[in-house]
Design a protein around this ligand. Structure first.
Ligand code: SF4
Length: 194
C-alpha cells in the first residue's frame, strides 16, 4: 500500500468496502489524507437484520463524527441487503467454521460487488477494511482483489491494515469515540463465534 500512496500525485477516489465502524476507524484515519473516500457498506452476511441495522447506523455515525472533526468529506453508500446472496455463496460450506474457505467466499462476494460498483461509477481504486481484523486472512483478501482487478480493470488498494498497529489503533479509536463493537464477525453460523 505504501508504494501506491507514494506514487500518488493528487488525491484519488477510493470506494472502500467496510464491514463496520470500528474496523473502518483506523483505516479511514490512515487513508483520508491520500484519498477521497466513499464508504461502501455491502454486508449481506450480517445476521440478523437488526444487527445489520445497528452496524450500519454506527458506520454512518462514525463517518459524521470524522467529517465534522477533521473537516473531511467522506461519503456513505449502502449496498443491497439480501442474506440470500450470502447463503448462496457459501452453499455446502456452512459448517466449516470461521477462518475456513467459507469466509474466503464471503470476502469474495463483498469485494467483487465493491469492485463492480467502483468500476461502474468511475472510482480510481477499490479497497476493503476487512484486513484490519486479526481474524481475517489478508493473503486471501489481496489474492481476491488482484483476481477481480484483472477481470474488471480497476485498481485494487492492496493492504494489510492490521499491520503497523492498525488493529490496536482501531480499538483505541473505537474506545475514544465510544463506538459499538460487536462480539462476532457477521453471520451466526458458528456457535462459538468470536
Ligand atoms: S464468519 Fe464472517 S467472514 Fe466468515 S462467513 Fe461468517 S460473516 Fe463471513
Amino acid at each position: 500500500m505504501k508504494e501506491i500512496i507514494l506514487g500518488l500525485k493528487q488525491k484519488k477516489n477510493l470506494l472502500l468496502h467496510s464491514c463496520c465502524a470500528p474496523c473502518s476507524s483506523s483505516v479511514i484515519e490512515k487513508l483520508s489524507s491520500y484519498f477521497n473516500i466513499t464508504v461502501f457498506f455491502y454486508n449481506p452476511n450480517i445476521l440478523p437484520k437488526n444487527e445489520y441495522e445497528k452496524r450500519k447506523k454506527e458506520q454512518i455515525n462514525f463517518i459524521n463524527i470524522n467529517n465534522e472533526k477533521f473537516n473531511n468529506n467522506i461519503n456513505f453508500i449502502e449496498g443491497d441487503y439480501d442474506p440470500n446472496i450470502f447463503f448462496s455463496c457459501i452453499t455446502g460450506k456452512e459448517k466449516l467454521g470461521e477462518g475456513s474457505v467459507r469466509c474466503k467466499e464471503c470476502y469474495k462476494m463483498r469485494i467483487e460487488k465493491t469492485a463492480e460498483y467502483a468500476k461502474k461509477n468511475n472510482f480510481d481504486f477499490f479497497g476493503t477494511t476487512l484486513s484490519v481484523s486479526p481474524h481475517k486472512n489478508s493473503n486471501w483478501i489481496n489474492e481476491i482483489m488482484i483476481e477481480i482487478s484483472n477481470k474488471l480493470g480497476i485498481k485494487p488498494l492492496l493492504a494489510d491494515f492490521k499491520k503497523e498497529n492498525g488493529y490496536l489503533r482501531s480499538l483505541e479509536l473505537s474506545k475514544s469515540y465510544n463506538l459499538y463493537r460487536q462480539n462476532y464477525c457477521g453471520c451466526n453460523l458458528d456457535k462459538n463465534n468470536h
